[in-house]
Ligand binder design. Structure first.
Ligand code: SF4
Length: 458
């Protein structure tokens, strides 16, 4: 892949807030009109030959990170996990009871902090999954876990491997001590290094590191030093998120002093350095916030035109039906999205009555499906074959998207896009602005009252 091109003026011009498009429509459009009975029906409609991907949400964390925008529960009292484990295993058995699809080839544990649980507790949940579903013990069964280097000992990594885990994502954010103190997340470089060495020894197939830029006290120099250290860890994937300071929405962020945040110019310099340094370390830009080594399956899937998008970001298996388990988790089954309740009390109450803990969802319309195909294709591959969309949906692309094609004209003038009679091609210069380009095809976006719900590109 050619290297990314950097154009400061265009980035400033198109630097608007927008969704990351892990679904379309986005979760903001989900409605409580979509009920537990709709979700139940979508589970019943699954066929025995369909493959499942399970997302297991563990909401607990021991300490609060001040930048956090997740749905989590901060507690040092480990007994809180006991009731949760009881309920999450009950949810697994209810779901299994209602679906004929039993083969699971992908399990992702996220949070909160999954490693808040002990290895024995994780083993127990995995045994319940294996009791109700078939999880083939093959290399291509992906079992991944988000780990916090502050709560997982390197000696536990081999035990995770014994349970079938073969992918790991480490939350790092920044190695600079002053930045770490300002966000209440102090962790050493060595703790991450030891975990990664242990994971390599235990044959983990892919290791990801999460970083955040735009945090208090970050400068180009401090973040360059973090990136230097990151290069020594040689992770397969790196995700770098832009910190969105939205203290009116996320209470923990009120503990961040906005005067200590880097200026927009400093953020631009950090962002520029991220792009050039990661490319010089051998990473390819996959899209949005993600970079991967050329031999990583994400990069290979992108090269083979098999990349897709779901609630976990990029994925290599669009055909898998995603079932979210745990408080606030989201499912994507067939033509519907479903989300569990967000508060733990309601979650427990529903399961005590042997009911699914449903909150809201969406039945995807034909127009949603067409637009979702266009947005996911652009976000995953930076190009769109208009004829493929026409063939799939029996439409005339230029007529259907007449208004959108007009809205794309400034992007063409700024050389971010090329439009041909058969294709939309995002140029190298346009790749960093892919989210803004996708927003043109989002039928809901103009109606959104609260654009400040989303982060900007920079
Ligand atoms: S950022 Fe992650 S580890 Fe920190 S409080 Fe939020 S969910 Fe927990």
């Amino acid at each position: 892949m050619k290297t990314l091109e950097w154009d400061e003026n265009l980035l400033k011009k198109y630097n608007v807030s927008g969704p990351r498009y892990t679904s379309y429509p986005t979760a903001l459009e989900f409605s409580t009109d979509y009920q537990a009975s709709d979700y139940l029906q979508s589970l019943k409609d699954l066929q025995p030959d369909q493959t499942l991907s399970l997302y297991i949400h563990i909401p607990f964390c021991q300490n609060i990170c001040y930048y956090c925008a997740c749905n989590k529960i901060i507690t040092k009292d480990k007994t809180s996990a006991l009731a949760y484990i009881e309920n999450i295993t009950k949810e697994i058995s209810i779901i299994a009871h209602h679906t004929q699809a039993k083969t699971v080839r992908q399990i992702h544990w996220g949070g909160g902090t999954p490693t808040y649980l002990s290895i024995q507790q994780i083993a127990h949940i995995m045994s319940v999954i294996r009791k109700h579903f078939i999880v083939p013990e093959e290399d291509n069964t992906e079992i991944s876990i988000e780990v916090d280097p502050r709560t997982l000992a390197p000696s536990d990594v081999s035990r995770l491997a014994e349970l079938g885990f073969n992918r790991m994502s480490l939350g790092v954010q920044d190695f600079d001590l002053k930045v770490q103190q300002s966000i209440n997340r102090v962790q050493s470089f060595e703790s991450s290094q030891e975990l990664i060495l242990a994971a390599r020894k235990a044959n983990f197939q892919s290791i990801n590191i999460d970083l955040i830029y735009g945090l208090p006290f970050q400068t180009k120099q401090t973040f360059d030093a973090t990136l230097e250290k990151i290069s020594q860890l040689s992770a397969d994937r790196i995700s770098i998120f832009n910190y969105a300071h939205l203290p009116h929405r996320f209470k923990p962020q009120r503990r961040i002093n906005s005067k200590e945040l880097p200026s927009p110019i400093t953020k631009l310099k950090i962002f520029e350095s991220i792009i050039s340094r990661l490319q010089s370390y051998g990473y390819l830009y996959i899209g949005m916030d993600h970079f991967a080594k050329p031999q990583d399956e994400l990069a290979i899937a992108q090269k083979n035109h098999q990349l897709h998008r779901n609630f976990q970001g990029y994925t290599t298996h669009p055909e898998y039906q995603l079932i979210g388990i745990g408080v606030s988790s989201i499912s994507a089954i067939g033509d519907s999205y479903h989300q569990n309740v967000r508060d733990i009390k309601s979650y427990y109450e529903a399961l005590e009555k042997n009911e699914l803990p449903s909150w809201r969802g969406a039945q995807i319309s034909r127009d949603d499906k067409i637009r979702r195909s266009v947005i996911f294709e652009l976000i995953c591959h930076f190009q769109l074959d208009k004829q493929a969309i026409e063939k799939n949906f029996q439409i005339d692309f230029d007529t259907y998207f007449c208004n959108e094609l007009k809205l794309l004209e400034p992007f063409v003038t700024d050389q971010l896009l090329q439009l041909t009679p058969t294709n939309i091609e995002v140029t190298i210069k346009g790749r960093l602005l892919i989210r803004t380009i996708c927003m043109v095809f989002d039928a809901y976006f103009n109606e959104m009252l609260n654009i400040s719900s989303y982060s900007k590109i920079i």
